[in-house]
Design a protein around this ligand. Structure first.
Ligand SMILES: Cc1ncc(COP(=O)(O)O)c(C=O)c1O
Length: 457
């Protein structure tokens, strides 16, 4: 399932020319094959999991290659380009930083770092005022579990060390991030998982029918773990392969349970943050307040930057010099983040995502599910993130082949989606930049309709 590759044999495809899309060559483009061949020769095969389009230019909600083709982007570069690709405001601020020049500072102070930390602290409730800047989402989740465990053990003793996460979760690809991940196939390489990291069923209501919070307590009980053992709970605000959201009551009860037992609640917003779901942070949909928030991806709409934002007492556990990283708060990503946050705020992109989701994406996905009830098991969405979960007819087993075929059929028609991990357990994942106009979103939904008809009819 995880070793699928897209065909590298050029196939003629029908010409497409609309206001938003243009496909005028065979795909993959024959002239692009030498580039794809060199990548195949010099990179690990793991890098070949995405549709074979050689990106030349990406602007707003569109991606171009060098050979005249243009796609409506439904990938946002794996949920990075929230404020749109290649925004002039971000490019100009980066050019100014380059012209100074100021390219690296390690942990020596620079002014933009103060600006960004202040801006981020102002996006969260009072008391969550500390911001630690890193480079990747995996670093952020690793740092959060380290902080949670340090807090539990120092305050309550070594018994309070367990980190609880969820089945199906994705928190990154480094060792700690994979230990809290919930996809067994991704962590076979670890062989012997250390004690103190457990995953409980995620209450998606589809594959796991138990959506009451009592299910969480019972699952912990079965493992012989009580609240006195738990240092932290980490969950994505929605699980990416879905997207699967927490049921409201479950989220509220989880927040209250963590508060009652002095368990650090970590919301992983690496994918869900910065307007994606129609709120600045997805956890704002729930009646809870996290202790730590992990951010990444859409924080800059471009360059690599991540952050942990959190409670002052937890964030201050490590003394000067002992919780840093060489590229923490590097000036260029920091500059990009400041401009991206301004664009998201000044252009009302959070509200735009909420209304387009409500008025276009959610009804179109629901309509598709109504049309193909045996093949589309679930069509969840919120704001500008959505998915189709493809299932084998009459079953709840994922159908990765159907998901891949739909992804490819959209690619040939000029709508570009990324393929989630191993085509995501049968998930067609939809995540347009938040600047996508309603007409372009509707046009891409028409393409998805055609692709589903071709594959599922
Ligand atoms: C929810 C979530 N957490 C963490 C990560 C890891 O981020 P990165 O790939 O930047 O390390 C991802 C990446 O997809 C993610 O979706």
């Amino acid at each position: 399932m995880s070793d699928h590759k897209y065909s590298l044999v050029p196939h003629p495809v029908p010409r497409v020319e609309t206001q938003f899309r243009r496909i005028v060559t065979a795909l993959p483009v024959p002239e692009s094959l030498p580039i794809l061949d060199r990548l195949a020769r010099y990179e690990p095969v793991s890098m070949q999991g995405q549709p074979p389009v050689v990106w030349d230019r990406a602007e707003g909600f569109q991606v171009w290659d060098r050979w005249g083709n243009c796609w409506i982007d439904w990938s946002s570069c794996v949920l990075v380009a929230n404020a749109g690709h290649g925004r002039a405001e971000i490019c100009n601020a980066l050019k100014a930083c380059i012209d100074k020049p100021l390219l690296a500072t390690y942990v020596f102070p620079h002014e933009a770092r103060a600006d960004l930390c202040e801006m981020l602290a102002q996006t969260t409730p009072a008391g969550l005022d500390k911001v630690f800047l890193l480079s990747t989402g995996s670093e952020a989740t690793e740092n959060a579990i380290k902080l949670a465990r340090t807090y539990g053990v120092r305050k309550h003793g070594p018994r309070k060390h367990v980190i609880v996460s969820f089945e199906g979760a994705f928190h990154g690809r480094t060792l700690g991030a994979q230990m809290i991940g919930g996809m067994p196939s991704q962590k076979e390489w670890i062989v012997r998982l250390p004690e103190g990291f457990v995953q409980l069923p995620f209450p998606d209501g589809f594959r796991c029918r138990e959506t009451r919070f009592e299910g969480f307590i019972e699952a912990l009980d079965r493992l012989g773990i009580g609240p006195g053992d738990v240092a932290g709970v980490i969950t994505e605000s929605y699980q990416g392969i879905g997207p699967n959201f927490l049921p409201d009551r479950y989220a509220r009860d989880l927040g209250a349970w963590c508060r009652r037992h002095d368990v650090v609640l970590i919301m992983d917003e690496v994918q869900a943050g910065f307007g994606r779901t129609g709120r600045l942070y997805c956890w704002e949909h729930y009646d809870l307040v996290p202790d730590l928030i992990c951010c990444g991806k859409g924080i800059t709409s471009s360059l690599p930057l991540a952050a942990v934002i959190g409670r002052n007492d937890i964030m201050n556990l490590y003394p000067p010099g002992s919780m840093t990283s060489t590229h923490s708060a590097s000036p260029l990503p920091v500059t990009a983040a400041i401009e991206s946050l301004r664009l998201i705020r000044d252009e009302g992109l959070v509200e735009h995502a909420a209304s387009l989701g409500r008025e276009v994406l959610a009804p179109r996905l629901e309509a598709l599910r109504g049309r193909f009830p045996a093949a589309i098991g679930f069509a969840p969405s919120r704001g500008l993130v959505g998915g189709l979960l493809l299932v084998k007819p009459g079953a709840r087993d994922p159908d990765p082949e159907a998901a891949l075929a739909i992804n490819e059929a959209c690619f040939r028609r000029g709508v570009l989606m990324f393929a989630p991990v191993g085509i995501g357990g049968g998930c067609v994942k939809i995540s347009p930049p938040l600047v996508t106009p309603a007409e372009a979103l509707a046009e891409a939904c028409d393409v998805l309709d055609e692709a589903c008809a071709e594959v599922l009819a």
